[in-house]
Design a binder for this molecule. Structure first.
Ligand SMILES: *Cc1c(COP(=O)(O)O)cnc(C)c1O
Length: 307
């Protein structure tokens, strides 16, 4: 259930706070903005809600993946292992930093098959990128073990699983870095937006600079910033951050509605003998934003086997 279905007076209030000052940029203009810092406030709320040390907002989830890869030092010629069942943005981001996407099979979790990941490792492998597709999660214990064994980076594309957990930890905060998308159809939306979450300060500092032309954001004003490295413009606007700020405050409500609907639908589908469900590594952590199931009518299967 996307958050845009619950757009209301809360979003309008947050956006109006910004419109009343007229300062729609997230940096600078300290005087005229009259204490309104929606992007900063949303980053703080993300850290508190999801339990990570750092959050860097951006203009999209795709920009978040690109930025995270760059900040993690993934670049030209590096191989990134990702699932063949994913959204295009996952490999667009790999290509955008000059790295090579290596697609491997998914298993009955509909996410990375750890055995297939092992088989795809080469000397050039730098990162394993599980995509927590359709609201549920990859087998993170197994993938973390592979990363540890081979000194690889774990980057979670959690864009579709906002609010999901794995063994008590929020998806997107378990690897070296993780990303959410806040595009219009995600669980919470900024209209357009995304975030890089990390517990690593070095990854955060690089992400912060990368999203804003390499500014270090340490100057007394914007013009006095240094540019220790090259970045791009992946900034989020205050207007977008304001929408997200209203939405994140309603996340628990969204998740409760999803869970209720998911349970009702799953119970109904479970009555059909030909229907089975995806395996969920931590059943209690399903964000319930999707319900994924397999339909295998016996008659058709027999027919198929005969031919
Ligand atoms: C939506 C999505 C993205 C990209 O997000 P945008 O904000 O639309 O750029 C990346 N990965 C996955 C799995 C997604 O579902």
């Amino acid at each position: 259930m996307p958050g845009f279905e619950h757009f209301g007076k809360e979003e309008i209030k947050e956006v109006n706070d910004v419109l009343e000052t007229g300062i729609m940029m997230r940096y600078g203009f300290d005087g005229p903005r009259k204490g309104i810092w929606k992007a900063k406030e949303l980053e703080q709320a993300i850290c508190e809600t999801f339990g990570c040390n750092h959050a860097q907002l951006l203009s999209s989830g795709t920009a978040a993946l690109t930025t995270a890869m760059s900040a993690l030092g993934i670049g030209y010629g590096d191989e990134v292992i990702l699932p063949s069942f994913t959204f295009v943005a996952s490999f667009e981001a790999v290509l955008s930093v000059g790295a090579i996407p290596v697609f491997v099979d998914v298993d009955d979790t509909l996410t990375l098959d750890p055995e297939a990941v092992r088989n795809a490792l080469t000397a050039k492998t730098k990162c394993i990128m599980p995509v927590h597709m359709c609201g549920s999660m990859a087998d993170l214990d197994a993938l973390q073990a592979i990363c540890k064994e081979h000194h690889l980076i774990l980057l979670e594309d959690a864009c579709q699983s906002i609010g999901g957990t794995y063994k008590g930890k929020k998806l997107g905060t378990i690897g070296d870095a993780g990303t959410f998308s806040f595009d219009f159809v995600k669980t919470i939306t900024c209209a357009e937006g995304g975030v890089v979450m990390t517990n690593r300060e070095d990854v955060y500092i690089s992400s912060d600079g990368y999203t804003d032309h390499g500014h270090d954001h340490k100057g007394v004003d914007r013009g006095a910033d240094l540019h220790p490295f090259i970045g791009y413009n992946f900034r989020i606007s205050e207007l977008h951050a304001a929408v997200g700020l209203a939405q994140i405050k309603k996340l628990d409500t969204f998740l409760a509605i999803q869970k209720k609907n998911h349970t009702a639908l799953k119970n109904a589908l479970a009555q059909i003998p030909e229907v089975s469900f995806r395996r969920i590594p931590d059943e209690s952590g399903d964000s319930c934003t999707f319900l994924s199931w397999f339909y295998q009518p016996k008659k058709q299967r027999k027919l198929l086997l005969k031919n």
